[in-house]
Structures are given as structure tokens and as C-alpha cells.
Design a protein around this ligand. Structure first.
Ligand code: 0X9
Ligand code: ZN
Length: 813
């Protein structure tokens, strides 16, 4: 077999045919035994297993793959053990027999590969084992740190984002936390002239210490307060095994399923559905969808989703508050949306230095196709581009795809992919949302203690639903102690999950950023965030557990969605469907120019199987929020009169270091409020002589919070804007950034505060669903156009007799 030699000393050797004869690669067991394949290496001849032995020929990776063999269907799992210690090295436990177990091994290590027939009729399965040599030495490892970069203005933020550094979600009005992986990043930031303070001086040391803390915690703790009792982060194979065991132990209540598409590395993506009479997915109940780990390194996201699945099952069985909620809803949980990325991050050594070969801190998926030719060799866990290869699944959805806050560059941590939904991981999520009535959705991420809603990008006005959407987000945040706000308030992103799902379907969608300050903190903190224990922000408030319960209650509440009622004969099948195109953002090109938006075509549909007589069917609003209109409010009074502000005597010294250096002129003004005036928008403007001089403008409130600013270069004006300014005292701060000719100062003038009335709400067109009814043989027997708003119950009558012919016959009678 050919050996491909990549850059950075990554050597990839496929050894399947060299070590295993064709005959050997078919494994066999005459009996299925439902048990864990990875728990221990079973003795030769044990029921339900077959095994082979290998010796690693490399320092690097082992990959053990299963593929179905023969015609039968079944579920085989695989595990790789260290022969000497019996410890599990790698495993895979998805629902079918498409398995990939992958982890790190050393040259000469003796391995036992065990295949286990968990269920089904297949007596045989095909095993392939590869060894891939890996050299991940990236020169001398450099100190990685987290710094808080001062970004008092949107312009500062844009300048920072243009540098291509690893920006975290931890950001506020005046700063953004950024990971500096080494000296090159430190230089980039320094040369851009941006100021910063150190938040965490050595993240690598922290990562290694956390791993130790976790080992010690797990060793001394029997069971945690989590519904599962877990005391340590799960491996990918543990997730899949737990999901199928949950289903096996709870027939009728829990159903495990494989999403439609395998990942780039060929992994199945697994989820569970939890509902009474779970097999009947066409019962018309509203759907609550909880998912985790779009981003590989964000391990707590998967833990909280998995615990929620356990919580629902336990809660339902215990009766109490869960029982009626579970009875009224269907619950879909997909803990690991991006298993390729997650497995790498979870199995990698705890390095935590954010260097290119720090696979623990990989974020994206395993798409290799968009990388330059010389970076396409090697496997996702060991390749010349390290963790940089792949697409950011949370920039790949069609909602406003291709705009601000996403990268065109294959190696960027926010690479948007080659097209909307170019990735199997996002298409999988889409398939659930587009084919089921997902009325409520939480996508879990880490970190920053946030409950985020749409829009993700500042130039999209809030949707008509904003007040109700905000109220729900605020309620969830009251439980986990996080900050509830639209995503754009931190910084722009496009192509994220809820910007597609909400604007296309109207289902409420939130991104949770779990935890205050780490992608995967010590496990005890994951427990605290879930259960609402110290030191989590939700301590004493119920934590994410209670936030998830509130989301479930919202799902069960007809006020959250729309309801179709009517009647249909037993066994007849109804479908609501809408087909539409939605434009993406104008598509940013690598050179910074923009091309026309892509007209993205979507089909959203769902089915109901009539049980005879009356039905009640929970659906999302028929009109896309994208066209429904934009939130605003009617003015309650006139806007305040313009205020002209005088320039105090003198001119402050030049200062390029504000707010570090406070030198500036300060001019107070007062904003009035109701009942006298109703200000929807405030604009503070100022000007001066030449564009070679640079003044910057900052506005602070009476508590000294920066509320808005304008700090451009190369202009002779500034304009700072604030929507819905609260009444109170404010200060305009003028900073003399640079004088064209300090000998003859170019002072500012015409500083003024203008007020504008709020924009009233705008209403867009209404869109219908097409409702069809088919009889038991699939013949179309009824159709209607249905309009349904959120909170509405619409009686569609006896829709199965509403065909064009039936309607005519009624008229002719
Ligand atoms: O950037 C992301 O994809 C999310 N943050 S994370 O740190 N988990 O990667 C946030 C997405 C939504 N956020 C904003 N619109 N700012
Ligand atoms: Zn994330």
C-alpha cells in the first residue's frame, strides 16, 4: 500500500492489507448479545464477539472500522484494547455496523480488536484496521495565553476580527477575549497597535491541570447529582452506547435513530427521540430539539444534552411535573452533532496550547476538500494542517450565510464552508428541522454564560416576534444566570443554527454558551452548570436543568406555536408543506468585495397520521419570520429637540491610548424620556477641518458605562448611535487621536445630539402552508392553503374531502 508523506513529518500508512488477510477481515458471531463492547476485552470464544490481534507498526493512530458484511441487517460495535493492560484504547458504538474507532497508539503496542454483535440478524461484519504514523512536533511549543483586547468601538472590533486571531465568544461593549497561541499571534496583535490585558497567562498548563483534577474527582466520587450519575466527560463511543441502551431499556418511550448522512470520516450521527408512543412520529405533537457539540472542543455541550435525555426519561417515569410535559411533546436529543471533531478533541492528549497541532482544541469538522492540495494528506486527527482543517458547522447554515463574522479562508476557525449546507453535519440538523415541527430548539456551546437569540448579525432588524422571543430567552436565562441577548450584540456571525432555523421555520431557537470561561472545564463545573450549584451563575436558580424544563414547558404551550385542528378518516395521512427561497447575505469574497446573495431554496414539511375523527396538530407559524415583518414600536410622544454642545476652551493633548489614558474633553448632556418625549434613536455627531486629523467620540452614561462610540480614521466626522436611549445624564468624550499639524490644532466643532422617533413595527406578507390529505393507498384526496399565526388555533375542517372535485360536487348539489 502506498505511503503518503505529508508536510510537518506526518506520514500516513494504510496497513489493512499488510496485516490482515482478506479472510481475516470478516468477523463472525452466531449470537447477538446486547452489551458494551468497550467495557472489557472478552475471552476468546465468548458469545457475541469475535476478535483479532494486531501490533502497532507506528507511533500514531489506530483506526478500526466496521462495515456491514453480507445481506443481513444488524448492529455490531468495535473496541480496541491494549493487550498488556486490558485498557480500552478506542471504540465505536453507533446503531448500525458502520463504525470507526480511532485513537493514539505507540509503535510495538500489542492490541486486541474486538467486534461485538449487539443486535440484529447479521452474523458477520467486515473489519479494517489502519495504522497512521504521526509526528505532531510543531517545533518548540510556545506559551499560549488568553488576553482581553480593548475594543471600545465597533471599528476596533472589526479591526481585531480582520487579524484572523482565535477570537472567543467572551466579549462585551469594550473588549473581546482572544487566544494567542504563540509569539506569532502576539506579534500580530502588537503590530496592529491594539492594547490588551492578560486574562490567563498559560492555558496549556491549565488544560493539563484540569485533566488531573478530573481524574482525581472521578476516582473519589461514586456518583454525581446528574441524572446519569456521571463523574467524568464521556467518550464518543460512550454517548452512542448510552443512547442505544436508553432506547433498549425504555421501549415505547425512547427511540434511538441514525441521522441521514454519515460524516466526512464516515461516522454515523446518533440521536434519540423521547415521547409516549415514540414510534408514531406523525402524532402532531410539538417537538423540542436539544443538541450539542457543533464545535469539537465544547465538551460540556454534549454532556448537558445527554443528561437532558436521561432527565426526560427519569422524570417521565417518576411522574410529577415531567409527566404531563413529556406526554404533550416529542423530544429529540442529538448530543454530538460533529462526532469526527469531537472524537479527535476528546482522545487527544490534553495540550491546550491552541497551536496548530493541539487537537484537543480543534473546533471544526473534518472536511478536507477546501484545503490547498498540499494540506489534504493525512487523517483528520493527524495531518499537515493539524486542527485547522475543516468547516465551522456554525457558519454553514443558510441563514444570512456568507456575510459578516464568517471566514472565506479554509484554515480559519470560522470558515463558512464552500456553500450553505455544504457539510453533512449541518444537513443532518437541517433534516430534522425541515421535516418535523421543531417548535423549540436549543443548540449548546461553550463558553460565556449566554442565552443567544437571533439576529446574529447587526444589520438584520429584530423580527416581529422580538418581544415574545426575548421574554422566553430572559426566562431561560433567569434559570442559568446567563445573559439573554441577540447574538449580534457580542459580534456579528452569519450562517449560525438559529439564524436559519428561526427565520425559515419560526421555531424558537437559542444558542446557550455554557459556563463562564473554559471550553471544557473540570467536570465538576459541568455538573454545577447543569444542576444549578455553586460556582455556576445559575446556583440556586435551577441551572440549565431548569432552563431546559422551561423550554419544554414552552414547547407544550400552544401559545408558543400554531395549532391546526380538523377531522380526517383513520389511516389518512396529512402533510403541511411550504417551499420558498430565502436570500443569503451578499456573499463576501476572499478579496473583501461582495457578490449577489444566493437564493437558498428550502422545503419545510411535516406529516400527521390520522387516528380517525378530530386531530390537533402543533405546527410552526405558516409565515416565515424572514418575511413576516420587523419589530418596532409606535411613538408615544415627540422626539426630543436637538442639543448643540459647545466646545470647551483649549484642546486636549493627543491620546492614542484611550481608555487606558483618560486624557480627553468631557461634555455633559441630558436625555429626556416619557411622558415628555419618546426617543427611538439618538445620534451624536461632530466634525472638524481635515481628514488627516482624527478625533474619536465616546458616549458614557451616568454610571460610566460606554453606551456607544464612533472612532473612525480618515474622516473628518464621527457619528455615534444609540437605539432607545434611556433617560438620564450622559457625557460625550472627545479624544484627540491625532493632529495633522500639531502646531496649528484642528479643533472639533458642531458637536450635537439628534433625536429620532422610534420606527413603527412593519408588517410583511402572510405565507400559507399547503395542506394535503392522502388516503391509505396514497391517493391525494384533499388540499387546502392554510394560514396560521403563532398562538392561533386554525380549524381546517374535514380537509380530506376538500379536493377540487369534492368542492365542485358540493357546489353542484
Ligand atoms: O461563534 C459561535 O459559533 C458561537 N460561539 S462559540 O464560542 N461556541 O463558538 C456563537 C454563535 C452566535 N453568536 C453570535 N452571534 N455572536
Ligand atoms: Zn461553539
Amino acid at each position: 500500500m502506498a505511503a503518503a508523506v505529508g508536510l510537518s513529518g506526518v506520514v500516513v500508512i494504510g496497513l489493512t492489507s499488510a496485516t490482515a488477510s482478506a479472510e481475516d477481515s470478516v468477523l463472525r458471531s452466531d449470537k447477538a448479545v446486547a452489551r458494551s463492547c468497550f467495557e472489557k476485552a472478552l475471552p476468546k470464544g465468548a458469545q457475541g464477539v469475535d476478535r483479532r490481534e494486531f501490533t502497532s507498526t507506528v507511533d500514531g493512530l489506530v483506526q478500526a472500522r466496521l462495515r456491514p458484511h453480507g445481506g443481513g441487517s444488524g448492529d455490531w460495535d468495535v473496541a480496541v484494547f491494549d493487550k498488556a493492560t486490558g485498557g480500552v484504547v478506542a471504540a465505536s458504538a453507533a446503531l448500525r455496523s458502520a463504525e470507526l474507532a480511532e485513537s493514539f497508539v505507540t509503535k510495538g503496542q500489542a492490541l486486541v480488536v474486538q467486534a461485538c454483535r449487539y443486535a440484529g440478524s447479521s452474523r458477520t461484519v467486515t473489519l479494517g484496521v489502519d495504522f497512521l504514523a504521526v509526528d505532531t512536533q510543531d517545533g518548540a511549543t510556545q506559551r499560549a495565553e488568553i488576553v482581553r483586547v480593548d475594543t471600545p468601538t465597533k471599528q476596533h472590533k472589526n479591526r481585531l476580527f480582520a487579524l484572523g486571531l482565535d477570537v472567543t465568544e467572551k466579549a462585551d461593549a469594550t473588549g473581546v477575549e482572544v487566544v494567542l497561541a504563540g509569539d506569532a499571534d502576539r506579534k500580530t496583535l502588537r503590530e496592529a497597535g491594539m492594547t490588551s490585558t492578560v486574562v490567563q497567562a498559560d492555558i496549556s498548563a491549565k488544560s493539563i491541570a484540569n485533566a488531573k483534577t478530573d481524574r482525581e474527582y472521578a476516582a473519589r466520587t461514586e456518583a454525581s447529582v446528574l441524572p446519569s450519575g456521571r463523574t467524568a466527560y464521556r467518550h464518543h463511543y460512550e454517548y452512542d452506547y448510552e443512547l442505544k441502551e436508553l432506547a433498549r431499556a425504555n421501549p415505547g418511550l425512547v427511540k434511538a435513530f441514525t441521522l441521514p448522512e454519515a460524516t466526512w470520516e464516515g461516522r454515523d450521527v446518533v440521536g434519540v427521540e423521547i415521547a409516549t408512543n415514540v414510534e408514531n412520529t406523525r402524532d402532531g405533537k410539538p417537538v423540542d430539539f436539544t443538541m450539542g457539540v457543533h464545535h469539537a472542543r465544547e465538551w460540556p455541550a454534549g454532556e448537558h444534552a445527554m443528561e437532558w435525555a436521561h432527565e426526560l426519561v427519569k422524570g417521565y417515569k417518576a411522574g410529577g411535573e415531567f409527566k404531563p410535559l413529556v406526554e404533550k411533546t416529542r423530544n429529540i436529543v442529538v448530543p454530538i452533532v460533529n462526532p469526527d471533531g469531537f472524537n479527535i478533541s476528546r482522545e487527544a492528549e490534553p495540550k491546550g496550547d491552541f497551536s496548530n497541532f493541539d487537537y484537543e482544541m480543534k473546533r471544526k469538522n473534518c472536511n478536507v476538500n477546501d484545503s490547498p492540495e498540499n494540506f489534504r494528506t493525512g487523517s483528520c486527527a493527524a495531518n499537515p494542517a493539524g486542527r485547522l482543517r475543516g468547516t465551522d458547522p456554525n457558519r454553514n447554515y443558510a441563514g444570512f450565510w456568507g456575510g459578516a463574522g464568517a471566514s472565506t479562508n479554509w484554515s480559519s476557525d470560522t470558515y463558512r464552508g464552500s456553500a450553505p449546507f455544504s457539510e453533512p453535519e449541518t444537513r443532518n440538523v437541517r433534516s430534522i428541522i425541515a421535516n418535523r415541527q421543531v417548535t423549540n430548539l436549543i443548540t449548546l456551546h461553550t463558553y460565556s454564560n449566554l442565552v443567544l437569540r437571533v439576529p446574529g448579525v447587526a444589520d438584520v432588524r429584530p423580527p416581529l416576534d422580538e418581544p415574545a422571543y426575548k421574554a422566553l430567552g430572559d426566562k431561560l436565562a433567569s434559570r442559568n444566570g446567563y445573559t439573554s441577548q441577540p447574538g449580534w450584540m457580542l459580534y456579528d456571525t452569519t450562517g449560525n443554527t438559529e439564524d436559519w432555523s428561526y427565520f425559515a421555520t419560526g421555531g424558537w431557537g437559542f444558542t446557550f454558551e455554557v459556563g463562564p470561561d473554559e471550553f471544557h472545564p473540570p467536570f465538576e463545573k459541568v455538573i454545577a452548570e447543569y444542576a444549578g450549584l455553586a460556582p455556576a451563575a445559575g446556583a440556586g436558580k435551577g441551572g440549565n436543568r431548569q432552563a431546559f424544563i422551561d423550554m419544554l414547558a414552552s414547547t407544550a404551550d400552544p401559545a408558543s406555536h400554531a395549532t391546526l385542528v380538523g377531522s380526517a378518516p383513520k389511516g389518512y395521512q396529512l402533510q403541511v408543506r411550504k417551499a420558498f427561497t430565502t436570500p443569503t447575505s451578499p456573499v463576501v469574497q476572499p478579496d473583501g468585495s461582495t457578490a449577489d446573495p444566493i437564493q437558498w431554496a428550502d422545503v419545510i414539511k411535516s406529516d400527521l397520521l390520522s387516528t380517525g375523527g378530530r386531530f390537533s396538530w402543533a405546527v410552526n407559524p405558516s409565515t416565515r419570520p424572514y418575511v413576516a415583518g420587523r419589530y418596532g414600536r409606535d411613538p408615544q410622544g415627540p422626539a426630543q429637540a436637538k442639543i448643540a454642545l459647545a466646545n470647551p476652551d483649549g484642546i486636549p493633548a493627543e491620546n492614542t491610548d484611550f481608555p487606558g489614558n483618560p486624557t480627553a474633553e468631557r461634555i455633559p448632556f441630558r436625555v429626556d424620556g416619557l411622558p415628555a418625549v419618546d426617543n427611538g434613536k439618538m445620534e451624536v455627531t461632530v466634525g472638524w477641518g481635515t481628514t488627516d486629523t482624527d478625533w474619536d467620540l465616546y458616549i458614557f452614561d451616568s454610571a460610566n458605562n460606554l453606551v456607544t462610540s464612533s472612532a473612525n480614521g480618515g474622516t473628518n466626522t464621527e457619528k455615534a448611535v444609540l437605539f432607545d436611549p434611556p433617560a438620564g445624564d450622559y457625557t460625550a468624550v472627545m479624544v484627540n487621536y491625532e493632529q495633522a499639524d500639531p502646531a496649528t490644532p484642528d479643533d472639533w466643532s458642531n458637536l450635537a445630539v439628534d433625536f429620532f422617533s422610534p420606527l413603527p413595527t412593519t408588517y410583511g406578507p402572510k405565507e400559507p402552508y399547503t395542506l394535503t390529505c392522502s388516503d391509505q393507498r396514497g391517493n391525494l384526496v384533499g388540499l387546502a392553503e392554510i394560514y396560521a399565526d403563532r398562538g392561533q388555533t386554525v380549524d381546517v375542517g374535514a380537509v380530506c374531502t376538500r379536493s377540487a372535485r369534492a368542492a365542485k360536487e358540493r357546489v353542484n348539489k
